[in-house]
Design a protein around this ligand. Structure first.
Ligand SMILES: [Ca+2]
Ligand SMILES: [Ca+2]
Ligand SMILES: [Ca+2]
Ligand SMILES: [Ca+2]
Length: 849
């Protein structure tokens, strides 16, 4: 007989009365006068179809101080709900629902004390508000889709692997404004497309499209054919070949989402609002920290934080906990209270293994045979010790080598020699810190130490490949493409050019197949983990053109959602991505934009600087033409300008000796410092140009001294080969005292330029007006607001005195001071005479009338 709930309840009252009557009639020893146990109010238990939930019964009963309660539980047989009492005392109730169960049912609970007093209550079991579970056991979570149709369809479907790309299974509903639906999917990455269906007399016409509002995308393996080596990247919403990708977050814990974030970088005022969404269990508390110290926040369904912060970097972290200890993903909010934009930064590539050996115990070599191809001993404690010097040099952003643990051992490379992973482009662990460099704590020390000096920290993100020893390669071989060596050719065309996205850099570096949504999501998640765990301010993205466009796209979306908390793509924000695409301007630009990277390194300008200044080729005006050409392609994207990096030979060696084959009869050709002054003069001209033009100037470690180097690996000579032990060096002057006179000249020149650049917005922003041009000399005026500068570059062997007007170049009359020499010049009405040395430069900044 099936009783409805009302019947059950009255039945229970009768049951509850009965034991009291029984106890009065014949009480057991020690039981007389004792009363029945009393059930506290039992809240409904939310259980997902197919899932099991547990409930501790003992805390729900008051038993009149007697120990030894026992329980019984009885489910409605028609519901097919399985109830079991487990654990030693049998006081933990497990309730399991059939996968097809939906709605509400009641479980009768009986508590009996050792005197035989019993009490009953009912437990309502409901699926309402539960997350659902697939047959494989994964929890299903909601994923909302809203679509504004391009046409006037009769129906709109969402299709993906989750419904075998069906155009009929999951239809959207028109809500009067948009087509909407809510899917229930397991957490993880799910490609999908939207399908506009137009009914016709014969068969429906299907219009397949990507979701134009999708934050994440996925590009099929064949989106770019091998012969499409140009700039085709139509794997974008609206393009030919993309899929949109839902990234479904776990829903068995609370969720925290920022709903408002206002940061006033000038006053330090921060206003933050976040909404808390409960998972299956009610939210019990919200925890927050500011820079690691507890921060009191009010509310459990919405959180508001108002703070006034000191200048510098701060981190707010908030998490919500539910009644069963379930913890939300952390809401991570980094805040910079400073008015320096990314375009105001001076970037320094701290190539960790080669900067400063702060701990001789760290960094033992791995047995590589190539000179300069093994760990040399530089480490994180060394970089911490180097921060005062870098700050004095005017560096405001550090670019660190990848810090992921890299493969041990020595591996085959160029020149028939073996190499170790000292460069950190061979990751063999997702989240561990390279043991040659130090510990996780050392990395925290470095980032916090830099932040304390107002310096930002970006890190190399290596995502094109992993080392074969990486757990991803071992446990998920299906995440990697088929082996095709980049340096092999097919039909006379290098794989590097033919299939840049899928070729392998080395047989031991499996190339990630980014057509697979799993590694696409995992690699981006790992990147965000590093940024949030260590407080990084940006990524230098390695090998951009060797990964499909979904990688840059999804990285940017994840940054905006999980670090910047943006609703819509916007101008360069708190977090910066700068990519390495060793290629021409159009290819570089094809990865830059609102949905991809913020900027990239300006390789075309680099080539112009080497040509004009290192080789003395062409005319000096070529520099400005190259800058304008870059500007025409890259627009206002925050590009990083440079005159050397770890993949090309060093500037002074290139100027002095030209390109030299790094393979030298079975060993690496090691460059010596030039013993002429002129390569250093040429380098200083390069620095003057870089620091007096827009862009984010990059100092590749050692180029501030002009250290020498043939191509990789000799372009990565340890600093201490040229400076000696850096212990006790904390300023530019300390370092200048230890190096060659020409190197000291370069060092002081770079410092003078960074100081001028930081002090004068005219050197950072705004355009330029040509003031003088000869084949071996150019000069340009620059103005920003009320700030003005006149820059002269003379690569000839003749010192010059140039007299010209100011007004035509937008420059005011008055007193100008050369930031390089400190010498002042007063204009004669509109005329000024500028003295510039042979192979030298002048940076005249206006100091008023
Ligand atoms: Ca060391
Ligand atoms: Ca390692
Ligand atoms: Ca390792
Ligand atoms: Ca690749």
């Amino acid at each position: 007989v099936h009783l409805d709930r009302r019947d059950r309840r009255s039945n229970r009252r009768i049951l509850a009365l009965h034991p009291a009557i029984f106890a009065a009639a014949a009480c057991l020893p020690g039981c007389c006068g004792r009363e029945s146990p009393i059930w506290l109010e039992v809240e409904a238990l939310v259980v997902a179809p197919g899932a099991t939930e547990t409930l501790a019964l003992r805390p729900l009963v008051v038993d009149d101080r007697l120990k030894g309660l026992s329980f019984e539980a009885q489910a409605d047989p028609e519901s097919r709900v399985i109830v079991e009492l487990v654990e030693g005392g049998g006081d933990l109730l497990e309730v399991t629902l059939q996968p097809d169960f939906e709605g509400e049912t009641v479980v009768d609970l009986v508590a009996e004390d050792r005197c035989g007093n019993v009490a009953t209550t009912e437990l309502v079991v409901t699926t309402e508000g539960a997350t659902t579970v697939t047959p494989s056991g994964a929890t299903l979570c909601p994923a909302a889709i809203a679509y504004t149709a391009a046409g006037d369809p009769d129906a709109v479907a969402v299709a993906g692997p989750f419904n075998d790309w069906s155009t009929e299974d999951d239809l959207l509903e028109f809500d009067g404004v948009q087509w909407v639906t809510e899917l229930r999917l397991p957490p993880g990455a799910h490609p999908y497309k939207l399908v506009e269906v137009d009914e016709t007399a014969f068969e429906p016409v299907l219009g397949w499209t990507c979701d134009p509002t999708a934050a994440y995308i996925q590009c099929d393996a064949d989106y770019k054919q091998p012969w499409e080596i140009g700039l085709v990247h139509d794997c974008v919403p609206g393009g030919r070949s993309c899929n949109s990708m839902l990234v479904v977050e776990p829903c068995d814990v609370p969720r925290l989402e920022s709903t408002a974030l206002d940061v006033n970088a000038a006053t330090g005022q921060v206003h933050l609002e976040a909404a808390v969404t409960a998972g299956p269990n009610p939210v019990a508390s919200v925890e927050a920290t500011l820079d690691g110290a507890p921060l009191t926040v009010e509310g459990t369904d919405a959180v508001t934080v108002d703070l006034t912060l000191d200048p510098g970097r701060h981190t707010i972290r908030i998490a919500a906990l539910d009644e069963r200890g379930g913890r939300s993903e952390e809401l991570y909010i980094p805040v910079w209270i400073d008015e320096r934009d990314w375009t105001d930064q001076v970037l320094y590539f701290a190539f960790v293994d080669r900067l400063w050996d702060g701990d001789p115990e760290l960094g033992a070599p791995e047995g590589a045979t190539a000179t300069g191809g093994d760990y040399e001993g530089g480490d994180l404690p060394g970089l911490v010790a180097m921060l005062p010097l870098l700050e004095d040099l005017g560096v405001t952003t550090l670019w660190l080598s990848n810090l992921q643990d890299n493969a041990e051992g020595a591996w085959d490379g160029d020149c028939g020699l073996t190499y170790a992973g000292y460069h950190q482009y061979w990751p063999d662990d997702a989240l561990g810190v390279e043991e040659h460099f130090g510990t996780s704590a050392d990395l925290h020390d470095l980032v916090e130490g830099a932040h304390a000096r107002g310096m930002r920290v970006i890190v190399d993100w290596v995502a094109n490949h992993v080392h074969q020893d990486h757990p991803y390669a071992i446990e998920h071989p299906e995440w990697f493409g088929a082996y095709a060596f980049c340096k092999d050719s097919v039909d006379g065309q290098l794989n590097f050019d033919r299939i840049p996205e899928t070729c392998w850099f080395a047989p031991y570096l499996p190339d990630i197949d980014y057509a697979n949504p799993e590694p696409l999501q995992v690699m981006v998640d790992d990147a965000i983990w590093w940024a949030r765990t260590y407080g990084f301010d940006g990524f230098r993205v390695d090998a951009v053109k060797h990964m499909n466009h979904a990688v840059a796209w999804n990285l940017r979306s994840a940054i905006e959602a999980k670090i910047e908390h943006r609703r819509v793509p916007g101008p360069p924000g708190a977090f910066y991505t700068v990519g390495e695409t060793f290629d021409g301007a159009d290819r570089i630009a094809s990865y830059v934009g609102d949905h991809q990277l913020h900027g990239q390194f300006d390789f075309p300008l680099y080539y112009a600087i080497r040509s004009t200044l290192a080789y003395g080729a062409g005319e000096m005006g070529d520099l400005l033409a190259a800058y304008d050409a870059s500007k025409a392609v890259f627009g206002d994207a925050p590009m990083s300008t440079f005159l050397g990096n770890h993949d090309v030979n060093r500037f002074v060696t290139d100027a002095w000796q030209g390109w030299q084959d790094p393979c030298d009869g079975g060993q690496i050709r090691v460059a010596d410092p030039p013993f002429d002054a002129w390569p250093y003069d040429r380098l200083m001209l390069g620095w003057t140009f870089l620091f007096t033009m827009p862009g984010i100037p990059l100092v590749y470690y050692g180029d501030e001294l002009g250290i020498p180097g043939n191509p990789d690996p000799d372009n990565r000579q340890p600093m201490w080969w040229h400076t000696g032990d850096l212990t006790g060096v904390s300023s530019v002057e300390d370092l200048a005292a230890r190096v060659l006179p020409d190197q000291a000249r370069v060092l002081r020149h770079v410092q003078a330029l960074t100081r001028a650049r930081h002090a004068h917005p005219a050197l950072r922003t705004g355009g330029w007006v040509e003031w003088w041009r000869e084949p071996d000399l150019i000069a340009y005026g620059r103005s920003s607001g009320g700030d003005h500068a006149l820059v002269v570059l003379n690569r000839s062997d003749t010192p010059r005195a140039l007299t010209n007007g100011l007004g035509f170049a937008g420059l005011p009359q008055g007193r100008y001071v050369d930031a390089l020499t400190g010498l002042a010049t007063q204009s004669d009405a509109d005329q000024i005479t500028v003295n510039v040395p042979a192979r030298g430069s002048a940076v005249l900044v206006w100091e008023g009338q």
